[in-house]
Design a protein around this ligand. Structure first.
Ligand SMILES: CC(C)(COP(=O)(O)OP(=O)(O)OC[C@H]1O[C@@H](n2cnc3c(N)ncnc32)[C@H](O)[C@@H]1OP(=O)(O)O)[C@@H](O)C(=O)NCCC(=O)NCCS
Length: 167
């Protein structure tokens, strides 16, 4: 049986973070800010960065006692100060088991509870059916399709914008 929870990252997660994040099948669906290959130096920098903000914005997804993914919100600035972007990834070995659907639900509640935002949004690539399904299942609304907005690994893709608005 799988058990999972969200919790802050710790430097004890270095090994599992590198093990699971160093995967082209994950990097191909994320911006180039997510390194590939994913080294221990990348993991250390990321974990330290995730520990700066209070309240915590970036959580590890712990599955069966091991950090096996990440989910975070990124509050925006300037005129977009009432908006935050949601980002997430999960170790490939745990895909398709409903974990991210649960994690996105939990993170959405946390984001509207702890941050003074009106709008939470995510921007999956058009080839990322899994992420689109997660967002649909958790009540996000498809707002826009930005045609040919993305160039990733030699391929031109559309970008989809899904949002959840505070009522
Ligand atoms: C996208 C991702 C987060 C999905 O996580 P997950 O835990 O496997 O998602 P869930 O198990 O909660 O799946 C939710 C739904 O999506 C479907 N789904 C998941 N992966 C899928 C895929 N690759 N293709 C088609 N459907 C998929 C599931 O079958 C489920 O559908 P259902 O409600 O009809 O049963 C995971 O595949 C991942 O980390 N991908 C790489 C990084 C990434 O894409 N991040 C998001 C960037 S926007």
């Amino acid at each position: 049986m799988l058990t999972w929870k969200l919790r802050p990252w710790s430097l004890d997660d270095l090994e599992s973070l590198v093990k699971y994040a160093d995967n082209l099948n994950i990097a191909r669906y994320l911006t180039d800010m997510f390194p590939h290959p994913y080294t221990e130096k990348d993991a250390r920098r990321f974990i330290k960065m995730s520990q700066i903000d209070q309240p915590c914005r970036i959580f590890a997804i712990e599955v069966n006692g091991e950090a096996a993914g990440g989910i975070g919100i990124h509050p925006q600035g300037d005129i977009h100060v009432k908006c935050a972007e949601l980002g997430y990834w999960l170790a490939e070995s745990y895909w398709g088991k409903g974990i991210m659907t649960g994690a996105v639900k939990e993170m959405t509640e946390y984001a509207f509870d702890k941050f003074d935002i009106l709008r939470l949004y995510a921007r999956p690539f058009s080839n990322n059916t899994g992420s689109q399904r997660v967002l649909e299942r958790t009540g996000f609304k498809l707002e826009a399709r930005l045609e040919k907005s993305i160039y990733k690994y030699g391929e031109v893709l559309d970008e989809l914008i899904y949002s959840m608005i505070r009522v």
